[in-house]
Design a protein around this ligand. Structure first.
Ligand code: LLP
Length: 425
């Protein structure tokens, strides 16, 4: 059940009306539901009950400290892609020993920071990266735990910008090079070969490509075992999609069903061979943990009737939510106060000086200037991809918990945006 619902004709986050939030905190604002967040995490945690498994939340989806803290308290680990994200985990009280470090371009400084904090594993993507990590770990008198991100060359059937497991993508070590790369890693004195991982893409509605990738990883683990290279964990990445309300997309696979099928496959492998014995399973979900926990609350500034289109100009823009401009993503827009019949069909656009600054197109809406709208299902890749384009301060972020509202990130003040700049002397 969604934690965002109309009560007496007004959209609420849990027990609080979004009109009241707009009045008190202004717009644009991201509003998240704590109960929804915990429910989403529980769907992973419940399916992992009794298993040697770890859910490392991919914090690129939403890295607000309060969200990280809530998840850490549920036992979550974190999938990070920068030293900055590691510092966020630590600031939020997360456990660095449950941190997986992904990404193709880790700097030496980032490797050093992660080694200082003794993270669980580096997901390495190339031979040069193995050498760099070996050197950094050696200079610190440490051994780095590594996993190779293997590119299983399966088609995730998602938007090309968010498909990552095909041969043509920059990610991972080619499946055909994987064994040789493992052999090279096993020779390096300051590395400890610990795991294997893949991440084939995001917003996958069907889990068949993920299970196909799992089969390919199992094949490799068995081949490695035959050479005496035994792994501690298998990491399947993230990728499970969510329902954005776009009817053309169809419904995503429920998380519990997907995990059930993963564990069933692993059990069958264990029963058939020694390969799967004692292997920990790691998941790196992002969107499916936070996507439907948040809405972007915005106010209608003007209605403008163009020659071909009607525009609903709102105070949120592509700098607040880049997904429509970047991926032509379809995001649901709804009025906060349920109105009568739609008064027209609108493109919902922001104040930024770009034609690409749109949030939704061709939507039948009952709206007037001053009304509030929400972009639904905006909790993932919303605030984390926000920018300061046009010197717009980023939106406030709030978490609703029952009848309580917590301001978890203040609206940025324009003066903060140029505080690090200086005039030449
Ligand atoms: N692990 C790795 C290594 C990743 O690259 C990603 C996402 C995830 C896990 C989490 O995937 P998820 O469970 O969220 O699908 N900005 C795009 C999505 C980019 C995803 C990048 N990688 C969007 O707004 O659709």
């Amino acid at each position: 059940m969604s934690q965002f619902s109309y009560q007496n004709g007004v959209l609420h986050a849990e027990g609080v009306s979004l009109s009241a939030i707009a009045e008190q905190y202004g717009t644009p604002a991201y509003v998240y539901s704590k109960a929804q967040l915990l429910d989403n995490f529980a769907s992973y945690a419940d399916a992992c009950q009794g298993r040697d498994a770890l859910v490392c939340y991919a914090m690129k989806a939403n890295s607000n400290l309060a969200i990280l803290d809530l998840l850490a308290r549920q036992g979550a680990g974190f999938d990070i892609v920068s030293g900055g994200e590691l510092l966020r985990v630590i600031a939020a009280g997360g456990d660095p020993q449950k941190v997986i470090f992904s990404g193709v371009g880790k700097s030496m400084e980032e490797m050093r920071l992660a080694l200082e904090h003794d993270i669980l594993c580096f997901n390495v993507e190339s031979i040069p990266e193995l050498h760099r990590l070996n050197d950094v770990a050696g200079s610190m008198g440490k051994k780095a735990r590594v996993s190779l991100r293997v590119n299983p060359n399966v088609d995730a059937k998602t938007h090309p910008y968010i498909a990552t497991g095909l041969k043509a993508n920059k990610f991972g070590v080619a499946f055909t090079d994987a064994l040789a790369t493992y052999r090279a890693a096993a020779q390096l004195p300051h590395l400890n070969v610990a795991g294997i991982d893949c991440h084939i893409g995001s917003q996958l509605l069907d889990d068949a490509p993920l299970l196909e990738a799992l089969d390919k990883l199992i094949e490799l683990i068995d081949a490695l075992g035959a050479e005496g290279i035994h792994l501690h964990h298998l990491d399947l990445g993230g990728g499970i999609g969510i329902d954005y309300g776009d009817e053309e997309d169809g419904a995503p696979v429920p998380v519990g069903d997907y995990l059930g099928r993963v564990f069933k496959r692993i059990d069958a492998w264990r029963a058939a061979s020694h390969g799967g014995k004692g292997i920990k399973v790691i998941f790196e979900p992002g969107r499916s943990i936070v996507g439907n926990t948040g809405v972007l609350l915005t106010k209608v500034e003007f209605i403008k009737h163009g020659e071909e289109k009607n525009f609903c100009i709102v105070d949120a823009a592509m700098n607040d939510m880049a997904r429509p401009a970047l991926y032509q993503a379809w995001m649901d827009m709804q009025p906060v106060v349920q109105g009568d019949a739609p008064v027209g069909t609108f493109d919902v656009v922001g104040p930024i000086c770009e034609s690409g600054d749109w949030l939704a197109r061709d939507r039948a809406l009952a709206i007037a200037p001053g009304d509030l709208l929400v972009m639904k299902t905006a909790g993932a890749y919303g605030m984390t991809m926000a920018s300061n384009y046009n010197t717009r301060g980023r939106a406030a972020e709030l978490i609703v918990d029952g009848a309580q509202v917590h301001l978890v990130r203040q609206r940025e003040n324009p003066a903060d945006l140029f505080a690090l700049e200086s005039l030449i002397k």
